[in-house]
Design a protein around this ligand. Structure first.
Ligand code: SAH
Ligand code: SF4
Ligand code: F3S
Length: 441
């Protein structure tokens, strides 16, 4: 019997890429991807634990499979992976309430997935494999990319920063960097395979330290080397930590023609007191200095951020500092989050938790302010002609194509689907809060 699989991914780009790798390994073993979850006889949930609603959504979605699993037994396989699995309380809940799950696997050993499935089918026993810490980096795993023309490339794994609210250091382990030679060889292979845009991935790409044959490489060394790879046209990266953003990297924006002029620089809060208690290790002045330096290279550099509202102890005055900072920076876009308690993190046991109503009220004020700036930034594009890497038919409207500018603006336009993967010129005709409309020139 042929086996079909479907992977449902929650969370960040790192999880999306892990799902691409799991899909790549399964295809190599002869499994086939199913278009929809209902058609698959293996379902994999790759979970995220960043906020409480991510946890809740996972358990809700998992519950939907119970009936089918009970009815179909051995003919239907349920696997769960990702950040939630690195937490003992989640494993305990799964064992107690979802004992029908077949395979549980952690973030450090996704390469074991095919073996765990073999064991499940041969030994007829449920499989649980979660490593407490990442071992050596496993190189050479295949990947089934979502797009032919763009690719995610891991450069670091894990995080050492222990921001007081964040679960990631506990679910992804200590920071490890891949060797530059391995990264560059992978990107060359991708370029040969038609990839035009790479997104370099890490929880904090700025602290990349790769042991090369000729010594230690930092992130700016790596960016320069990627810029020299023939066939690659655009370089992006995600995410940056302000405390590690160096002048050497800012210089890359002057020298590296392929580096996109878009910088995602999470600030989290505008108040020095809150930043300190978050353990972010930069202050407001240092952050604004970085923004100034980036805009000095290019006044049109697009800048986006992440902001947490309602961190324990946040006063109205602290929140005003966040609003002021946003006004001062003028973000192209911002991801805003309600602070969510994560078990095991220092902030979860702080006594001065902020009541939900106050969090929501501040959140709404922040979104209004951010959105009006995003709208104005987008409106400034009307009349301009921009270069767009066409991603193919728009997800919202299949009669239109969509793609991104160098500055990561989403542009919708009409054209031949054959343009997918090509860089095209588009004249912007109108703007919305989160996207631009245009026509091919
Ligand atoms: N490594 C990246 C971000 C990883 S998580 C960085 O340091 O920038 C993405 C975002 O989720 C964070 O930037 C933060 O804004 C948000 N986040 C993380 N933990 C959170 C929590 N407990 N509650 C609310 N938002 C959180
Ligand atoms: Fe979490 Fe901070 Fe690490 Fe980002 S840098 S993953 S917010 S601990
Ligand atoms: Fe979520 Fe893990 Fe990413 S917690 S945000 S999937 S690193």
């Amino acid at each position: 019997m042929s086996k079909t699989f479907f992977i449902q991914t929650f969370g960040c780009q790192m999880n999306e890429h892990d799902s691409e790798i799991m899909a790549g390994m399964l295809i190599e073993k002869g499994y086939e991807p199913a278009k929809e979850r209902k058609d698959a006889n293996i379902v994999i949930f790759n979970t995220c634990s960043i906020r409480d609603n991510a946890d809740k959504r996972f358990f809700g979605t998992l519950g939907q499979l119970k009936k089918k699993k009970i009815a179909e037994g051995e003919n239907f396989t349920v696997c769960v992976s990702g950040c939630m699995m690195q937490q003992q309380h989640v494993i305990d809940t799964l064992k107690a309430k979802y004992p029908w799950v077949d395979v549980i696997l952690g973030t450090h050993n996704i390469h074991e997935l095919p073996t765990l499935l073999d064991n499940l089918y041969n030994e007829k026993e449920k499989q649980l494999s979660v490593w407490p810490e990442g071992g050596d980096i496993v190189e050479g795993l295949p990947s089934k990319r979502l797009y032919k023309h763009k690719a995610y490339v891991n450069i670091t794994f894990g995080c050492n920063n222990f921001c007081a609210y964040c679960i990631v250091p506990y679910t992804r382990g200590r920071e490890r960097s891949r060797c530059p030679e391995d990264i560059l060889a992978e990107i060359k292979r991708l370029a040969d395979d038609g990839v035009r845009e790479v997104m370099l991935l890490g929880q904090n790409v700025n602290s990349y330290k790769g042991q090369g044959k000729d010594g230690l490489w930092d992130f700016s060394d790596l960016v320069r080397a990627v810029n020299d790879i023939e066939g690659i046209e655009r370089i992006r990266f995600m995410t940056s930590h302000p405390k590690d953003l160096s002048d050497k990297l800012i210089d890359c924006f002057r020298d590296c023609s392929k580096l996109c002029h878009y910088f995602h620089l999470p600030v989290q809060a505008g108040s020095d007191d809150v930043l300190k208690r978050m353990n972010r290790r930069y202050d407001r002045a240092r952050y604004l200095e970085l923004v100034r330096k980036l805009r000095e290279v290019d006044p049109d550099m697009a800048i986006s951020t992440d902001i947490i509202v309602g961190f324990p102890g946040e006063t109205e005055e602290d929140f005003q500092d966040t609003l002021d900072l946003c006004d001062e920076v003028g973000y192209d876009s911002a991801f805003t989050f309600l602070y969510s308690k994560r078990k095991g993190t220092p902030a979860a046991i702080a006594e001065d938790q902020i009541p939900d109503e106050i969090k929501h009220e501040r959140f709404n004020r922040l979104c209004d302010s951010i959105n009006s700036v995003s709208q104005a930034k987008n409106a400034a594009y009307v009349g301009r002609t921009v270069t767009v890497l066409c991603d193919g038919p728009s997800r919202r409207n299949s009669h239109k194509l969509s793609g991104r500018t160098d500055t990561f603006k989403l542009v919708n336009f009409t054209g031949d689907p054959e343009l997918q993967g090509k860089l095209v010129k588009v004249r912007i005709t109108s703007s919305n809060t989160f996207s631009l409309e245009g026509e091919l020139v």
